[in-house]
Design a protein around this ligand. Structure first.
Ligand code: NAD
Ligand code: DAU
Length: 332
């Protein structure tokens, strides 16, 4: 058995990764390290609780990290503060968890060895013009816009430096926007779905022209497994479905799928510094590792996601009021 440590395994992508690993990769013995911040929920792992060890702890805690890294063969690092709007309100936890937390893991890896996969984001590259076909590649220079993306860029740079200077066996992936089950209701798609399920009006930032490349969380996690089994140490891989949509398009799709008029939403004030468009060129992972998204039809993926939120109010309802209270402070 290969011993795998998953940081942030009680969050959206990490928990889906743990489910995917338990279901499809019996060669791994999984341990999750998660601080259970507002974004982490142990209930997300309840169906696999017997198959996974759970450690409630912080990636900035040297003692815990050292102990867990020492007994792991592979570390998959999802833990992070992940929401741009929160980072604009209070950047401090982003610097702490995303930079100091990654540093703490890297120091333990330097001491004990082990293979490290660092989960990052396309936001480290900044943004692209709204019109046009330009894409980010593995060579695009970093140009982050928000405290969130700056902290993720910082963490990527640490990983690269620890790989080059200390020989830490690391890979990095930068994925586009994810959607799917167990995503916190602060994020765009689940916020709108749960507003509608609760008879509140959805909220579109600004004119809704900003473009995101939507990738199903299971496609992201399948890519991470490919990198773990076949990726080259020291390399970076960009992941993205290729399906780019404006926020307005997504809003109209969700409203249509939920049987409502396409204009049944409110415009709210725009996000400061709002990145215009993200788009990843994922040729490298497709050609070198043979990755392909399975969720080809975004409309179908969104319909399944709506169904999931409809049936799993037990999971998201406890987050909803506090999330909307935070948005009220931001005026969004
Ligand atoms: P999330 O906010 O849903 O979950 C983050 C998890 O990390 C939570 O369980 C939280 O409790 C845990 N955590 C936070 N700080 C911690 C700390 N100091 N110690 C231990 N645990 C801590 O995030 P997500 O959307 O699942 O994102 C996971 C990773 O994927 C992040 O690194 C993010 O930058 C990256 N990413 C996200 C997306 C996306 O669309 N959501 C896209 C590309 C990359
Ligand atoms: O690109 C990858 C990134 O995708 C990840 O690194 C981040 O962790 C993840 O949160 C996501 O960042 P975004 O800022 O793109 O995602 P968010 O869901 O917050 O917003 C998506 C778009 O929708 C963005 O243009 C802002 C807009 N938006 C968001 C909310 C919450 C709205 O119009 N209304 C809303 O209520």
């Amino acid at each position: 058995m290969t011993r795998m440590l998953v940081t942030g395994g009680a969050g959206f992508i990490g928990a889906n990764f743990v489910h995917h690993t338990v279901e499809n990769h019996p060669e791994y013995e999984v341990c999750v390290l998660d601080a259970l911040t507002y974004a982490g929920d142990r209930n997300t792992l309840s169906s696999v609780a017997d198959q996974v060890e759970f450690v409630h702890g912080d990636i900035c805690d040297t003692e815990v990290v050292d102990r867990l890294v020492e007994r792991a063969d592979v570390i998959v690092h999802f833990a992070a503060e992940s929401h741009v709007d929160n980072s604009l309100h209070n950047p401090e936890p982003f610097i702490r968890s995303n930079i100091i937390g990654t540093f703490t893991l890297l120091e333990a890896l330097r001491k004990h060895g082990g293979r490290f996969h660092h989960i990052s984001t396309d936001e480290v590259f900044g943004d692209l013009p709204l019109q046009g076909t330009e894409k980010f590649t593995e060579e695009t220079p970093y140009d982050p816009s928000s405290p969130y993306s700056a902290s993720k860029a910082g963490s990527d740079m640490l990983v690269r430096a620890w790989a080059r200077s200390f020989g830490v066996a690391a890979t990095i992936s930068n994925c586009a926007n994810n959607y799917g089950s167990f995503q916190h209701v602060e994020k765009f798609i689940p916020r709108q779905i749960t507003n509608l399920l609760g008879d509140a009006r959805p909220k579109l930032y600004g004119a809704g022209e900003n473009v995101r490349e939507w990738t199903h969380v299971d496609d992201h996690n399948a890519a991470v497994h490919l990198i773990l089994s076949q990726g080259k140490l020291g390399e970076t891989y960009l992941i993205g479905s290729g399906d780019e949509r404006s926020n307005k398009e997504i809003m109209e799709l969700l409203l249509g799928l939920m049987g409502l008029e396409p204009d049944a939403y409110d415009h709210v004030s725009d996000r400061p510094g709002h990145d215009l468009r993200y788009s990843n060129d994922s040729t490298k992972i497709r050609t070198e590792l043979g990755w392909q998204p399975i969720y080809g039809d975004l409309r179908e993926g969104l319909a399944a996601t709506i169904e999931w939120y409809r049936e799993n109010g037990w999971w998201w309802q406890p987050q909803k009021a506090a999330t909307e209270a935070k948005y009220q402070v931001l005026g969004r």
